[in-house]
Design a protein around this ligand. Structure first.
Ligand code: XMP
Length: 505
């Protein structure tokens, strides 16, 4: 399958480049800046991303450009500066750092990268350095009022560079520029879609797995269910799915989900491991520790169960792209260890199979739909692998889980009743580790507070709090306080991501 490689130099917007290319039906992969695959004949072009560093920083990420050979290259911001500097140009600190909108005041119409891009188009700048001198023979392709080398090219070397960020929504001509790069310069066929993904993935899975058997950890969510259906198509009954009851699932979820899976013809085993999880989590308050314990707990159960089956060599998981990106940032900051990525032990006795690890959530849903997954499963809100453990702040006890399950159930059922469920990306309740004073009847109460969280999003990388109707929130708050013993206060979370995250831990 032809692909474009995006070399990640640590920019906040690297994932956006991938999204834009996928929207153009081009398959692409993000790789760390120094991990360009040497022997991959399917690569048809390379994009070098931006970076938080200046090219002159001691810590600046560098890559060996010779390895990129004759492939078409597009440098974005730092990527453009890096290539210009490495090939003998000059990059210097700009008189003032430039952030935000700018307009193209000059475009060289001979540059195919700018085909159908209009003069005066808005572009998004975000840089501290600027290219002051291009290597000999390189040509300026576009300028803005403040930046002479807003874009450059050197066709013989198959190199293009833009100082602005075409991947960002505010760059009006950004998609056109990326489209020109992939279609006119890399000559991409642009035939990557859910259908071709299924076809090539099933073929790859058959080849990689041979006659081996696989266990797959089902979470009840869309990702692992779609992974299961893909594997089912590739290897049929040699796939055994394991659905673990951690004790941290939503109310009635274990039984409901088991029923739904059996209806899909999947070979599923349900394992009640709630005692194990509760005892290992006892007294643990730190969110990262909770996540690691749960990640390891899942692996223990999978390894244990796989010993009972014959010929199992692989553990499959529904890991998707944002899980990998957020867990393993190349700049070294871990935001959260997603359980199916960060929680893996150093030594795993099973090989790992993650057929969806390069897909975004909406792409996973499109694949699921084509595989015949019913809407009821497909439209389920995302739910984190560590479950209610990351929605109970502080230590976890079965009593707290029961309180939260009841409050959460009222919230989610009400969203369905009011036809709001499908309008939000995900929702849930969070139990706070504080007690508050209230009055019920003539009695003083001193009980816990819950927070309701509902967000809108397209891929969970960014999210806004959902503007749910006040009447709805009032009804849910009333019902929770009246019906759930142990709660006397309800709050609504109005934070977006960033700077907050969707889950509280
Ligand atoms: P955050 O809280 O990082 O969440 O904004 C982004 C999305 O990821 C889900 N999430 C997880 N999913 N394992 C998962 O499978 C995890 O450990 C995990 N942590 C967060 C979260 O619910 C949201 O959809």
């Amino acid at each position: 399958m032809e692909k474009i490689i995006i070399l990640d130099f640590g920019s906040q917007t690297t994932q956006l480049i991938a999204r834009r290319l996928r929207e153009l039906n081009v398959y692409c992969e993000i790789l760390p800046f120094n991990k360009f695959p040497e022997k991959d004949s399917e690569v048809i072009g390379v994009i070098l991303s931006g970076s938080p560093f200046s090219v002159y920083d001691e810590k600046a990420f560098k890559t060996n450009l010779d390895k990129l050979q004759e492939l078409p290259k597009l440098g974005i911001c730092y990527g453009a500066q890096f290539m210009a500097k490495e090939w003998g140009g000059k990059v210097e600190p700009a008189p003032s750092r430039e952030y935000g909108r700018a307009r193209l005041t000059f475009i060289d119409k001979d540059d195919v990268l700018f085909t159908n891009v209009d003069l005066d188009s808005q572009v998004w700048m975000s840089h501290g350095d600027t290219i002051t001198e291009l290597p000999l023979g390189w040509k300026i392709s576009a300028s803005t009022a403040d930046v002479k080398v807003a874009a450059y090219r050197v066709e013989e070397k198959h190199i293009w560079g833009v100082q602005f960020h075409p991947e960002v929504y505010h760059s009006e001509c950004g998609t056109k520029i990326l489209e020109n790069f992939v279609k006119k310069i890399c000559r991409a066929k642009c035939d990557w879609n859910a259908e071709s993904f299924i076809e090539s993935t099933v073929k790859d899975l058959k080849k990689t797995l041979g006659e081996d058997s696989v266990v797959l950890g089902l979470s009840g969510g869309v990702d692992s269910s779609v992974a299961a259906m893909l594997l089912n198509r590739a290897i049929g009954k040699r796939l055994t799915c394991i659905f673990v009851d951690t004790g941290l699932l939503r109310k009635n979820e274990f039984n409901d989900v088991m029923k739904a899976y059996r209806g899909l013809g999947l070979n599923v085993i349900g394992v009640d491991a709630s005692n194990k999880f509760f005892s290992e989590l006892k007294g643990v308050e730190d969110p990262e520790k909770k996540r690691k314990i749960i990640g390891k707990g899942f692996i223990d159960v999978f390894e244990e169960e796989s010993k009972k089956l014959e010929g199992v060599k692989w553990l499959a998981q529904g890991t998707i792209y944002p899980d990998c990106i957020e867990s393993l940032s190349i700049t070294g900051t871990t935001i959260k260890s997603h359980h199916n990525v960060g929680g893996l032990p150093e030594k795993l006795n099973l090989k790992l199979c993650e057929p969806l690890r390069l897909l975004f959530k909406d792409e996973v849903r499109a694949v699921g739909k084509l595989l015949g997954m019913p809407d009821k499963l497909l439209k389920r809100h995302p739910f984190p692998g560590p479950g209610l453990a990351v929605r109970i702040l502080g230590d976890i006890t079965p009593e707290k889980v029961a309180i939260l399950q009841d409050a959460d159930d009222i919230f989610i059922s009400s969203l369905r009743e009011w036809n709001l469920y499908d309008k939000v990306w995900q929702a849930g309740a969070i139990l706070l580790p504080v007690k508050t004073v209230g009055v019920m009847g003539d009695e003083r109460t001193y009980e816990r507070a819950v927070v309701l969280r509902a967000v809108t999003s397209t891929d969970a990388m960014t999210a806004d709090w959902a503007h749910l109707p006040f009447e709805f929130l009032a009804k849910v708050s009333n019902e929770i306080i009246n019906k759930v013993k142990g709660i006397n206060r309800v709050a609504y979370d109005i934070s977006s991501k960033p700077p907050s995250t969707i889950e509280w831990e």
